[in-house]
Write a protein that binds this ligand. Structure first.
Ligand SMILES: Cc1cc2nc3c(=O)[nH]c(=O)nc-3n(C[C@H](O)[C@H](O)[C@H](O)COP(=O)(O)OP(=O)(O)OC[C@H]3O[C@@H](n4cnc5c(N)ncnc54)[C@H](O)[C@@H]3O)c2cc1C
Length: 319
């Protein structure tokens, strides 16, 4: 499993239940799009809501989410999301990130987006990065439970020669990976060598994130949302839907692939206007404690671009 929030959460949960876990991350460092999140994490019935006097319930969270989905959400998945949101927030808090502040974000009837309190100078905290850093620390502090390998790209699922899996499918017995190793000679003389390995395991969890930056030859964006593939994105360059393609070639059924979120606020760097990767501009937000609405200044408005694509994973247990 890779090292975004879904992967690190699955890894820690599996290790807490006795598994020895290998985390395979294709990039040099961990985090994925999870490290870019700035608004926070949705949860209902939490301590932070109680402290702020916000009454929230699973059924209200469920109703808001179904309403935002305009009939396209799977009610069973939304029910799970709402029912487990409190324990998900508690999981992050338990590992050292104090999600004590809440904000009312779009589509919610009450304030339920959890993040850290702003810094002393009033600047917002980088909640996604802080969560990833905390979970990485957990992994690094338990070397007998985890092996974390960066520069390790999963290429395919290894299958059993027999067909004893569900529906007569061949069971997954491991992964084939491509390992990149930098040979640091310094400067331009640094070279990267690559080799392939096969790793066997009792279970494989694919958490390779979304495909909002997939401009490869077999682009999922071009296949499922071609009208959006010309847009810039706030996704990192790693978001190419590799796990989706790997699972599909092993026979997985894909659904909801057309539902790519388009966000109206991406900052354009005046020095690099054509760069397809943008930074997310903050939406107007309302705090649980009423504050004056934010007003973008003229200079900010000049820097706003209308369309930014970002999408969440459609595979397995996204955050
Ligand atoms: C700018 C931005 C802001 C956002 N803000 C919020 C927010 O405030 N709140 C919120 O709830 N959501 C937010 N989102 C959405 C949220 O970040 C994603 O839904 C979430 O991070 C998905 O987590 P993940 O672990 O599935 O994927 P990721 O965090 O993207 O992790 C996937 C990992 O898999 C690795 N990988 C990919 N392919 C392979 C391979 N073949 N082999 C090995 N490793 C591989 C990647 O390098 C990456 O590290 C935001 C998204 C963006 C882009």
């Amino acid at each position: 499993m890779p090292a975004g929030l879904a992967g690190l959460t699955a890894a820690i949960t599996a290790a807490d239940n006795g598994a020895l876990v290998t985390i395979l991350e294709k990039e040099k460092s961990v985090g994925g799009n999870s490290a870019k999140a700035t608004s926070g994490m949705n949860g209902c019935g939490t301590k932070a809501q109680d402290a702020a006097g916000v009454h929230d319930t699973e059924s209200l969270f469920f109703a808001d989410t179904i309403s935002s989905g305009h009939g396209k959400s799977d009610p069973a998945l939304v029910r799970t999301l709402a029912a487990q949101s409190k324990s998900a927030v508690e999981f992050i808090c338990k590992h050292g990130v104090d999600l004590a502040a809440i904000t009312l974000c779009g589509g919610h009837s009450v304030a339920r987006t959890h993040h850290e309190a702003p810094r002393a100078d009033g600047k917002p905290t980088p909640v996604g990065w802080d969560i990833i850093a905390a979970l990485k620390k957990v992994v690094e502090s338990r070397p007998s439970d985890f092996v974390l390998r960066t520069g390790a790209r999963v290429l395919e699922l290894l299958r059993s020669p027999s067909t004893g899996g569900p529906l007569g499918a061949a069971a997954v017995i491991g992964v084939k990976i491509q390992v990149s190793t930098a040979n640091p000679a310094g400067g331009a003389a640094t070279t990267v060598t690559e080799h392939e390995e096969e790793l066997l395991s009792d279970a494989v969890i694919l958490c390779t994130g979304g495909f909002g930056n997939d401009h490869t030859k077999d682009s999922l964006l071009a296949e499922f949302a071609p009208h959006l593939s010309c847009l810039p994105t706030t996704n990192g360059p790693f978001a190419q839907g590799e796990g989706v393609k790997i699972a599909r070639s092993a026979g997985a059924y894909l659904r909801g692939m057309q539902e790519v979120q388009v966000h109206p606020t991406g900052f354009v760097d005046p020095a690099d206007v054509m760069n397809r990767t943008k930074f997310l501009g903050r939406c107007r937000q309302y705090s649980a404690t009423p504050k004056p609405p934010l007003t973008p200044c003229v200079q900010d408005l000049r820097l706003f671009e209308v369309w930014v694509v970002f999408c969440s994973t459609t595979m397995g247990s996204g955050s």
